[in-house]
Ligand binder design. Structure first.
Ligand SMILES: Cc1cc2nc3c(=O)[nH]c(=O)nc-3n(C[C@H](O)[C@H](O)[C@H](O)COP(=O)(O)OP(=O)(O)OC[C@H]3O[C@@H](n4cnc5c(N)ncnc54)[C@H](O)[C@@H]3O)c2cc1C
Length: 468
């Protein structure tokens, strides 16, 4: 007789794909609850865990990165295993996981970005903020990108917190950045930066921005950059004024911006200009390189529901610029043999239960969490209740979950070894983590990151031999 799923004799076997905050909150929720006996294997395409906490969160926001300590606590549970450097869809397939796990949880985030769809977007010097962020944070897929910071003007398109991060990194002094874990190659490049003016563009008004008050406030405290805001662009139409009155956050954003508009410039060497009611309509180039951005001025127009959208006025202006960073949203990419919602870039689901988009029916044993579930919105903490919701569904579905054909944990090691995959375990990550922190200490930084997969694997190989 086979034992019941979720008992000590036959624990629920869960595969989590993606080691970002959503995956870790889900693993924590699964392992902390007491009703069901469960064990978790977490896979990530990178050798290192923590997703955007490591490769997204800005290096000058170290406090936020300390949330990783909580994830390390989850990872210390003996029922948890990490398999880094294993790419779902390439190294390991849907069919493999189906054979070895009772439930599969996708926590893959949103790995791509949205385009502006304007002329000139492909010119040299035009990048997504995603690329710039991943480059300065040492994501191995982006470490070889080249950013030309020899021009005096950079344009950042978008007014979310990611746009704030990239504008701030461009505006910071090397002294401010050198005590962070920004990569050495980015620090070197930024030290030679000739950028003096950074324009941050919002297609709507100050009441519709997506950044949060602490992020805009931080610009007022930069060592070598003034903030420039034209008071005329801060005027609120009646609907925007109503939006501001209804939200403390919006009110605070508007107050910070008004404060900047009223401030006298202090002649710092750099300036961050916040511009409102403007849309880039074309990126202009010379010899294949960005040379300017053409903007159209907008006005706000209310739709039938009272939502305010931007509408071009037919008035244009041009800002000469050498670098353009678009920050208009992240987007998920499809996973092999997993349903995908093209429009939202997410895995279609109902409270975390993956749905077949054609039949509309829930697929037994498959779940989703985090940005892959709800799209690229929300802070790290948002992923905790979100993971709680999905895990509640997973536990509730236990009676109807089809058990895996071969749930033996050893079968996974055997499979990965048979495929000659150089996977990184949690012990391997601890070694890398310690080495990074140690080399950081020597330089007065939180850590010095490995940025090449080959180097991480070789280092681990050497360390493990040393210890053997
Ligand atoms: C630039 C930036 C800065 C941010 N700053 C902050 C901040 O300061 N404070 C804050 O609270 N929030 C911040 N956020 C938001 C926060 O990072 C997200 O809410 C959170 O990371 C989403 O978690 P996730 O687990 O869904 O996705 P992710 O963190 O993206 O994790 C997904 C993981 O899945 C892995 N993966 C993807 N595809 C595969 C595959 N095929 N096989 C195996 N593994 C795969 C990835 O390698 C990654 O490790 C920031 C976001 C960005 C983009």
């Amino acid at each position: 007789m086979t034992s019941q799923l979720g008992t000590v004799e036959r624990p629920l076997r869960v595969a989590i794909i993606g080691a970002g905050p959503a995956g870790f909150y889900a693993a924590g929720a699964l392992l902390q609850q007491k009703e069901v006996s469960a064990s978790v294997d977490m896979f990530d395409r990178l050798p290192t865990p923590h997703g955007l906490v490591r490769y997204g969160v800005a290096p000058d926001h170290q406090k936020i990165k300390s949330v990783a300590k909580l994830y390390d606590r989850t990872a210390a549970d003996p029922r948890f295993r990490f398999f880094g450097n294993v790419d779902f869809g390439k190294d390991i397939t849907h069919a493999d996981l189906h054979r070895h796990y009772d439930q599969i949880l996708y926590a893959v985030g949103a790995q791509s970005d949205r385009k502006l769809n304007i002329l000139g977007e492909e010119l040299m010097g035009s990048f997504s903020a995603t690329e710039f962020v991943a480059w300065y944070n040492g994501h191995p897929d982006f470490a070889d990108l080249e950013f030309d910071l020899s021009g005096e003007v950079a344009v950042v398109v978008g007014v979310g917190n990611v746009a704030m991060d990239v504008a701030r990194i461009l505006a910071r002094s090397i002294d401010e950045l050198s005590a962070t874990d920004i990569t050495d190659y980015a620090l070197e490049k930024l030290a030679q930066s000739q950028i003096k003016d950074i324009y941050v563009l919002s297609r709507r008004g100050p009441a519709q921005v997506k950044f949060t008050p602490p992020e805009i406030k931080e610009f007022g405290e930069l060592a070598i950059a003034d903030v420039v805001v034209n008071g005329d662009e801060l005027a609120l139409d009646p609907l925007s004024a109503a939006e501001a009155a209804a939200s403390t956050e919006t009110q605070r954003n508007v107050e910070h911006l008004r404060d900047y508009a009223a401030r006298a410039l202090t002649n710092k060497p750099r300036r961050v200009h916040f511009r409102f009611l403007v849309s880039p309509v074309e990126i202009l180039g010379e010899d294949g390189k960005v040379s300017a951005v053409r903007l159209e001025k907008n006005r706000l127009r209310a739709d039938a529901n009272g939502n305010l959208s931007a509408e071009g006025t037919g008035k244009f202006e041009t800002i000469p610029a050498g670098l353009v960073l678009r920050s208009v949203g992240y987007k998920g990419i499809p996973l092999e043999d997993v349903p995908y919602d093209q429009r939202n870039g997410t895995i279609p689901n109902e409270q975390g239960r993956v749905k077949d988009p054609e039949s509309g029916k829930v697929i037994a044993g498959e779940y989703v969490v985090g940005w892959a579930k709800r799209g690229p919105t929300g802070v790290i903490g948002t992923n905790k209740p979100d993971a709680g919701e999905t895990v509640a569904m997973m536990l509730a579905d236990l009676p109807t979950t089809p058990p895996a054909a071969n749930p033996n944990p050893a079968a996974i090691d055997a499979l990965l070894e048979e495929r000659q995959l150089n996977f990184v375990t949690i012990e391997g990550w601890r070694i890398l983590d310690q080495l990074e922190v140690e080399s950081g200490q020597a330089q007065g930084k939180p850590r010095v990151k490995f940025t090449r997969i080959q180097e991480m694997l070789e280092t681990l190989h050497a360390e493990i031999h040393l210890k053997a």
